[in-house]
Ligand binder design. Sequence first.
Ligand code: NAD
Length: 504
Amino acid sequence: MSSPNWIAKANDLNLRVRNFVDGHYIDEKPDTQRINKRSPRDGSLLYSFSEGSSNDVDLAVANAKAAFDDGRWRSMPLSQRQAILHKLADLVENHKDELALYDSLDVGKPISNAINIDIAAATGYLRNNTDLADKLLAPSSADGGNFSFQLRKPIGVVGGVIGWNFPLSMACTKVAPALVMGNSLVLKPSEFTPLSAGRLAELAIEAGVPPGVFNVVHGAGVIVGAALADHRDVDMLTFTGSSATGKKVMISAGQSNMKRVVLECGGKSPYLVFDDCVEDLDFMITDIVETSFANQGAVCSSSTRLLIHESMVDKVLPRVIAETKKLIPQDPLNPDTGFGAIINEAHLNKVLAYIESGKKEGATLITGGERVKVSTSDGSTQGYYLNPAIFTDVNPQQKIAQEEIFGPVLSVLTFKTEEEAIALANNSCFGLAAYAATTDQGRALRLAQNLNAGLVVIVSTPTPSAGGFADLGCEPHRESGLGAEGGVAGLTAYTVSSSVHMLA
Ligand code: NAD
């Protein structure tokens, strides 16, 4: 089957960004500041939209509160809410070309990844959370005639503030748990990637979510995001973004109404290769390169520090370099592209500055790290493209080993013993994910116990099964965030409980 002509499809789209409140789009106000969005793939002006204000947030929150208070959604039987959210997942699948195009155009991510990975993730979040909801059964007990039980209730109005790297699927990590538990939501997408969220809210109405339950307000973080975090009628703020912004959200929550917060923030995750890793290195090498450079390195859980046992360096590093060199930046709308563009010029320059700092602080750049010109099929060479970079001779204290770059830059370090490997891995203010290749099951368990990471992945076979992971959720450690996302714990965060004792 021939692949669609994505450029023609993109040209057919009407790219408009407007707030979505109480079940419909709100016309943009004239004479407001506008945010210009440039295309990562060719640098052209893609669209512009009106900068949101705290008044827009007030309007959306008031509608979400009214929808919560009158019970139009939370009082619906859970089975009905579940059916509606399943329908929303089906609608996302039915509109996958359009939604994937929005994310590819906004982020610069390869269209094939947006279709094959992001849509599956988005529908997975919608369906998994929805199916888990009826498992949150309240415990109850009878004691000497008295009857006690715990009532689990929606919190109220949830504010959702999200980053730019997986616009649609990240929106679904907030929409699904907030809505299935009966809350109302005001979602603020990243100002860099607003396209798919509005369409998702529109599809939610088509699926049967009542107006006012799922609202979207666009604009800058310091204005719209901050107004949501400060709002006294927002009962919970669920955030995905950088640790620096997460800390500001905590302050706002504390200084306003002590709203509940869930913070999913940055990372600097290690990938440890031990001398007892599998002999056939093929899968592990592919896994290292994918985990480090997927989505152009803009993944919170990317393995950006490769820690190799010194006896394995000569076997592993040349192969990692060779595989990385195969990642050639190309037009994201080419269906064969595996490595796309960087979201915008400012971010590209930030990543390049980290690469310069790496060199200045004494590390050796062994491949990549330069801005490259890519010709799109319409002849432009103005997009934002970068060859993935690998550094060796990295000092564990230098910036490229410590700070989150959120781009395709991998730092390689070496170790001699398991203790040294764990100390190096934990030498970070972050604690999101950790990956380790070892066939020693005892070591695997010690690593799981001692690594500061909410997600630990052990590679212990040359041919892992194609099955996915159980949805256990993930609770970031240290400055990677606060509270779990996903799984039963993640769903529980979108509820409050009342312990009820009926005296008999
Ligand atoms: P960011 O912190 O700059 O922005 C995230 C969101 O917060 C945006 O919508 C932004 O407009 C808003 N914002 C900015 N300032 C604000 C303020 N003062 N108050 C309230 N909201 C504000 O992050 P980003 O660059 O968009 O995203 C990249 C970051 O997200 C990386 O650190 C990455 O690791 C992290 N991330 C984490 C996860 C996870 O699950 N842990 C997943 C994806 C991305």
